[in-house]
Design a protein around this ligand. Sequence first.
Ligand code: SAM
Length: 285
Amino acid sequence: MSEKKQGCLYLCGTPIGNLEDITLRALRILKEADYIAAEDTRHTIKLLNHYEISKPLLSYHEHNRREKGPELISLVQKGFKVALVSDAGMPGISDPGADLVALALEAQIPVTVIPGPSASLSGLVLSGFSTKRFAFEGFLPLAKKDRKSLIMSLKSEERTIVLYEAPHRLLSLLQDLYEILGDRRIAIARELTKIYEEVLHFTLEEAVRHYKENTPRGEFVVILEGLKENPLKRDFSGISIEEHLKEYLLSGMSKKEAVKQVAKDRNLSKSQVYPFSVGLDIDNN
Ligand code: SAM
């Protein structure tokens, strides 16, 4: 009697440009897989042809993940080895890979990772900014209003911020960042690991000016320096809680946000601060 094959889902990192950036293990797993699930099969076929790998390709992307996800899981349950690859880099980073992992965990099927490059980390390490703590935000929302409110929420972020953006939206993203965050240092990593790799170090104002004059082309990672000296962290012991709240209200915060921030600055609970906000006449709500 033949033993039942043990299926597995492999999250397989692939190059973000330079085809040499693939691990020996990734090549072996791609060769051993029964199926390769790819975001864009036309794209992945170039990588497979380069390494003379010929495997049945299945498509799994943002627009078919609801139907295709369960099909991929069922293949693994039947004992097949399924390798998931992204168009570039690590599956699960700004692509629907994370949904498939959640399904795999729910179905209690084996899932493992073959680590490879990611544009996010590659851009971050070339930025020259602190890598000690960073926040990956990926693509910001497309709707202007949602994007602006997300940028507002990054105003006092002290960690280095890593973003992805499509070339035709880069200038508008930089303009929104400048308008909301003010001027600060930024690194823009373009076409990483490819022939025209370039990392430009600017301030946001300079970046806006540069891309007004030079149409962005290629793939971009945008890395923003975190708020260096957080003004919200200054010593507030010399002012009263009301004065402290008023400063934030005058800077444009809503009463709710100001109460939250003052509580954080003073190591108090929001309910301890809230009574001081009652009756304050500046309210941006
Ligand atoms: N899963 C990928 C990863 O691990 O980096 C990211 C996929 S996301 C759909 C694609 C975005 O990654 C691009 O729009 C661009 O912002 C960024 N990107 C991918 N390759 C890049 C490269 N070679 N140079 C700069 N940015 C890149």
